[in-house]
Design a protein around this ligand. Structure first.
Ligand code: ZN
Ligand code: ZN
Length: 358
């Protein structure tokens, strides 16, 4: 059956809607976490019970199936505490509402303070890295040096000088939350926000960390190695998750984006995973056929030029191109043959050519 919501609100099973509402208000005020008699767990439970019983349709469902039914579907507990306060203001808890309304919290200018968290994600970093043509083809390991925000080693990110005295935060009286009232189209909306003084921690350290000044993070030059995968191309970006700037107060780090610049090659042009190069041969070699040595990305190799090869003819060498980023195979190497036509022939050469009659 799960929880007995009637018992939680202290009403009988045949209580009227009005009675349920009244009971909820009374208990919600009693256990509101900001009250001296507050109890967050109880407050949440009361909210949950009211979500189930305050709505006649849900109440009928609850009467029939109990609370387990709803929990399985993310039911009653999902809506968090949304109640009408004593002066007609709405009070609700952003932590619970956040999941339901998505960016609803932003409407009131608190950002997404999900879970009352004081943490903040670190910034992403974008840097440009230049590598050579062959390094891009075969992959390379590069040393990166970044001046970035890192978690303070001395205080491990909490901003307190190790060993210093810990006091309760005055601003929020140790709850880590403050109540703010905002005017909106719904009337005055009272919201809970993370205490800006202690950032939700509820405590203050008597002495700030001397290394980071209390921010929990500081700038530092960090050197590390990055493996650039074989097949990367000019203009492509590598994302290194978590290698960006450290988040403050233990928040997750941002990402590092490496924008790749690849120096051009003197020999090869590249299109995706295919390589292109050209080679010159003489008129006689083109006519009679020959074997020549060409430059490939893996080193020199010999190709056969058949007799009667025309200038501009392309020869395709399968699998001699750039290794594919996904690790499956390689592109091709396309070699274009350019036939050199002789110039400045002397009289004898001219006569000989003419005598061939071709
Ligand atoms: Zn520190
Ligand atoms: Zn505080």
């Amino acid at each position: 059956m799960g929880k007995d919501y009637y018992k939680i609100l202290g009403v009988s099973k045949d209580a009227s809607n009005e009675e349920i509402k009244k009971a909820f208000r009374k208990k919600a005020h009693e256990y509101h976490p900001d009250k001296p008699t507050g109890n967050e767990a109880k407050f949440k439970e009361i909210n949950e019970a009211y979500q189930a019983l305050g709505d006649p349709k849900k109440r009928a469902q609850y009467d029939q199936f109990g609370s387990n039914f709803d929990q399985a579907r993310g039911g009653f507990s999902g809506f968090g505490g949304f109640s009408q306060g004593q002066n007609g203001n709405y009070e609700f808890d952003l932590n619970d509402l956040g999941d339901i309304f998505g960016g609803f919290g932003d409407m009131f200018g608190f950002g997404s303070s999900k879970g009352g968290s004081k943490t903040r994600q670190g910034n992403d970093i974008e840097v440009t890295m230049t590598i050579d043509f062959n390094e891009a083809v075969f992959g390379v390991e590069k040393e990166v040096s970044l001046n970035k925000t890192v978690t303070c080693e001395k205080c491990h990110g909490n901003g307190a000088e190790p060993g210093s005295k810990i006091d309760t935060c005055e601003t929020c009286k140790g709850t880590g939350r403050i109540i703010r009232v905002q005017r909106t189209i719904l009337g005055n909306v009272q919201t809970q926000a993370v205490c800006p003084d202690c950032r939700g921690e509820g405590k203050k350290y008597s002495q700030k960390c001397t290394q980071c000044g209390g921010s929990g993070v500081h700038k530092k030059i960090v050197n590390f190695k990055v493996k650039i995968p074989a097949g990367i191309n000019n203009g492509e970006t590598i994302r290194l998750s978590g290698q960006g700037e450290a988040g403050s107060h233990g928040g997750p780090a941002g990402d590092l984006y490496l924008q790749m610049r690849v120096n051009p090659s003197k020999v090869f042009k590249r299109d995706a995973y295919n390589l292109f190069s050209s080679v010159e041969i003489g008129m006689v070699e083109a006519a009679l056929g020959t074997k020549i040595e060409v430059e490939g990305i893996d080193g020199r190799f010999t190709i056969k030029i058949p007799e009667g090869t025309q200038s501009g003819k392309e020869f395709i060498f399968k699998g001699k191109g750039v290794p594919k980023l996904n690790g499956h195979g390689r592109g091709d190497h396309i070699i274009k043959v350019v036939v050199k036509t002789p110039t400045n022939l002397n009289r004898k050469q001219r006569q000989l050519l003419e005598s061939l009659g071709i």
